[in-house]
Design a protein around this ligand. Structure first.
Ligand SMILES: [Zn+2]
Length: 182
């Protein structure tokens, strides 16, 4: 703010009509510029003094102090609003960071799931027979059952879980039906 601008704002300042966006620059200029601050003090003393007389109030004993208090008040207000803006900004930033983090986590999980799915699908029946063929005795009958089940479910390939489930269903049934060995 130039001296000319600052001085043209003096009246508005005294009448407390200075808009917030100008107040900061105005106070900063007055703190730095001796010429303008002297001018401000003269006008302030004159006009505020006149108002006080007009309203029948007691005349201030220290206009310089009053003026300084008013300038300091504006400085405090600006500092507070800056702090508020900063804290609002921090909160927004934090929310954004959390959002990105969760999005990232979610994406990782999806990629992992997709990979697992591809691995499982590619393993298919050879995986099943490699791993379970030795443990459970899968007969031709069981395999026919798998094929029938797949046809019924309209899938080309059963999951390993489904195969084991069918196997157990079939063999538990057989066990129940068979006479127990003594
Ligand atoms: Zn100036």
């Amino acid at each position: 703010m130039t001296c000319l601008e600052a001085q043209s704002n003096i009246m508005d300042f005294i009448e407390k009509k200075l808009p917030d966006d100008k107040a900061g620059d105005f106070v900063r200029h007055m703190r730095r510029c001796k010429t303008c601050s002297e001018e401000l003090e003269i006008y302030y003393t004159m006009i505020v003094g006149m108002h006080q007389l007009d309203k029948g109030r007691e005349l201030s004993s220290n206009f310089k102090q009053d003026l300084n208090d008013e300038l300091a008040g504006i400085e405090r207000k600006i500092k507070r609003s800056k702090r508020f803006r900063l804290s609002t900004f921090s909160v927004c930033l934090l929310v954004a960071l959390f959002g990105i983090f969760f999005l990232y986590e979610n994406t990782l999980k999806r990629v992992y799931d997709a990979e697992q799915r591809v691995i499982k699908e590619s393993q298919g029946s050879s995986y099943f027979y490699d791993y379970f063929g030795d443990v459970i005795n899968i007969t031709k009958e069981d395999e026919d059952l798998f094929v029938r089940y797949a046809k019924k479910e309209h899938v080309t390939e059963l999951t390993n879980f489904q195969r084991i489930h069918i196997y157990h269903l079939q063999h538990d049934k057989a066990k129940e039906g068979a006479p127990e060995d003594e």
